[in-house]
Design a protein around this ligand. Structure first.
Ligand SMILES: [Zn+2]
Length: 428
């Protein structure tokens, strides 16, 4: 299928931007120019919209294999397409854990057969994510793993993390750290502070995250290796990463929409959908996250899409599973709170959601140019709408932003030149 995408305002930080027509042929961008005529292409008028290189989510949980009652590769990638993502990286805390070539191959095969967007498996740092023995990183990488993480769990033993970083350095592989010192987190279920005291819920000390961020920065600095910090949520974490970058440490970092769109105040009312790890923090932290995105300390916005079955959330707060099903609200929350909020321009938002994740993961994408894959996201950044979790493609309806008014709606998602989502519906 040959498409001629006309009249969109192209936001393409790593290439040509502005009012451009784009000709898509055989899965690739064939031509970009102010005016293109092509008789045998299907013309799509995108007047009034913004067209971007496909959004890439470097932190998601697709739950397959093993937890298909929460999400599958089929449903998860449809939710991703609805959220404007053309590619997602899947964390390895599945069952079995993605710590073998067989599981990597299984995920890639499923994604090819049943997925509608690109799926990049992330493999475990340690076997079974148990923190005791390194996984076979070289083999896993050769099988198609794009990065390594024990996400869901920290690598508690600093010696093990050091070994992992050292080993990964041999082939410049990326380790993604879920920063959480369990001993400081204890049995906490929300941010520790006045709000947790008021609600009578056990608090999670911010030091649990920050101490681990410090550890990873020191390890990366002394070993001269890369490290990526997942889901940054506090002011001090941002500041530690900022200072490390100034010293030349090879660190990259991400935050998630819920950390700049919401605070612990949202927990009032005990909605279990607000339970997430790390927890929603304070207004001061929220401001620091926006500052970190603004000055580039935080390279990436990732969703940490973590779907759960409703029964895992329909319990009292302290028993509820942690996580937010975030694919389908990520762009709207980011546009509304970062761009309309003034922290980022649209071009910088595309940087955080497409260009930077492609660069950090070392995968294709993040740029539109002749010859590149036609992975394209189109959004109407003037359109206001109300979040309705009942309309989600994800099996997970655990999202605390249900009923929120947002601006910035995904209109179309194209993967390798195929339209997979258009005007409210997955079309594949
Ligand atoms: Zn995590």
């Amino acid at each position: 299928m040959k498409y001629l995408l006309k009249n969109a305002d192209v936001v393409n930080p790593a290439g040509e931007s502005g009012r451009l027509d784009i000709l898509v042929d055989e899965g690739r961008v064939a031509h970009m120019a102010a005016q293109i005529a092509c008789a045998d292409a299907q013309e799509i008028d995108l007047e009034g919209t913004n067209l971007m290189p496909g959004l890439i989510d470097m932190h998601s949980h697709l739950r397959e294999p093993g937890y298909e009652y929460k999400e599958t590769i089929a449903t998860g990638t449809r939710a991703a397409a609805a959220g404007g993502f053309t590619a997602v990286a899947a964390m390895p805390n599945t069952y079995p854990v993605c710590d073998s070539e067989a599981v990597v191959a299984q995920i890639l095969e499923k994604a090819r057969a049943e997925g509608v967007v690109k799926v990049y498996p992330i493999a475990a740092i340690t076997k079974g994510q148990k923190g005791e023995e390194l996984a076979e990183m070289g083999l896993l990488r050769a099988a198609g793993a794009v990065a390594f993480s024990d996400d869901g769990q920290p690598v508690e033993d600093p010696r093990m993390m050091r070994l992992g970083l050292q080993y990964a350095k041999n082939f410049d592989a990326l380790l993604i750290s879920h920063c959480e010192d369990k001993r400081l987190v204890g049995n906490g279920v929300m941010n520790e502070g006045i709000m947790s005291a008021k609600l009578g819920l056990a608090g999670i000390s911010r030091a649990g995250e920050e101490a681990m961020v410090s550890r990873e920065l020191i390890l990366a600095e002394t070993l001269h290796t890369r490290v990526h910090i997942a889901h940054v949520s506090t002011r001090l974490s941002v500041e530690l990463i900022r200072q490390a970058k100034k010293r030349g440490v090879r660190v990259s970092a991400e935050t998630c929409p819920h950390y700049f769109a919401a605070t612990e105040e949202l927990v009032e009312g005990y909605d279990a959908n607000t339970r997430v790890n790390p927890p929603l923090r304070t207004e001061d932290d929220r401001q620091a996250i926006l500052e970190g995105l603004h000055d580039g300390t935080l390279d990436v916005i990732a969703t940490d899409h973590a779907p759960h079955h409703r029964d895992e959330k329909l319990v009292e707060y302290s028993l509820a599973a942690s996580g937010i099903a975030g694919f389908e609200t990520a762009f709207g929350l980011s546009y509304t709170h970062c761009v309309l909020g003034g922290a980022l321009g649209l071009e910088e938002l595309v940087q955080r959601m497409s260009v930077a994740p492609a660069r950090v993961l070392g995968v294709e994408g993040g740029v539109l140019a002749a010859g590149k894959p036609a992975d394209i996201t189109v959004a109407d950044c003037r359109q206001e709408y109300t979040v309705d979790v009942a309309s989600f493609y994800s099996k997970g309806r655990n999202n605390p932003f249900d009923g929120w008014r947002l601006t910035g709606k995904i209109r179309m998602t194209m993967v390798d030149g195929k339209i997979v989502y258009r005007d409210g519906a997955v079309v594949i």
